[in-house]
Design a protein around this ligand. Structure first.
Ligand code: COA
Length: 170
């Protein structure tokens, strides 16, 4: 009985350690990118805006015992790449997947250009999140969300107006 309990406890402990260590993989998705629309819509609620960059962009998908996060990066010319969207399924947020995927993408593009941009709403915690990933405030396009979207966009009850760009050297 004691042996069985000890064995079970060891098994659970090892299982948890395996889970913690994880088997995180990032794949580049080349076909059927619209299969990821549920996640893409988390980052950008208007599908017509996603259509502007999805096909020309590179779609990265992070898996850890199933799909967790996605990110789309476009080549904007002049040695500049842009992260167009980054999203993690709500139930898996704040577990490090977003940061991990962004770091993966930075490493992937290192040496392939001079800068990586990210444009987002003027939301303090999102700006802090990107800064914690090594990005610095760059510039803003005033009223972008008002002029380019069919309807008002909100984040945590605040209407999005300007698009704020952050930049990281590659
Ligand atoms: C932004 C997003 C991609 C982050 O993904 P994630 O997998 O949760 O990211 P990580 O777990 O690596 O890092 C999360 C960090 O961001 C910050 N953060 C995340 N959600 C937050 C929230 N609701 N409020 C405040 N800070 C938050 C925290 O600093 C957090 O680190 P911590 O958990 O150690 O405190 C995710 O919140 C998301 O998919 N949001 C919806 C889509 C979106 O808004 N995308 C960004 C615009 S392009």
């Amino acid at each position: 009985m004691i042996h069985f309990t000890l064995y079970k406890a060891l098994e659970i402990l090892l299982g948890e350690r395996e889970q913690r260590r994880g088997n995180v993989r990032v794949k580049i998705i080349k076909r059927n990118k619209k299969d990821f629309l549920d996640l893409l819509l988390l980052a950008d609620e208007q599908e017509s805006m996603i259509d502007n960059y999805l096909e020309r962009g590179t779609l990265f998908a992070l898996y850890d015992a199933g799909l967790k996060s996605i990110c789309v990066v476009t080549d904007e010319g002049n040695s500049t790449f842009e992260v167009q969207s980054l999203a993690t399924y709500e139930q898996f947020q704040r577990q490090g997947y977003g940061k991990r995927l962004l770091n993966h993408v930075s490493v992937h593009y290192k040496g392939k250009g001079s800068a990586m941009l990210i444009g987002t709403g003027d939301v303090p915690w999102i700006l802090s999140f990107y800064e914690s990933c090594g990005f610095e405030l760059s510039h803003r396009i005033e009223n972008y969300f008002i002029e380019h979207y069919d309807r008002p966009m909100f984040e945590e009850g605040i209407q999005l107006k300007d698009k704020v760009y952050l930049k990281k050297d590659l």
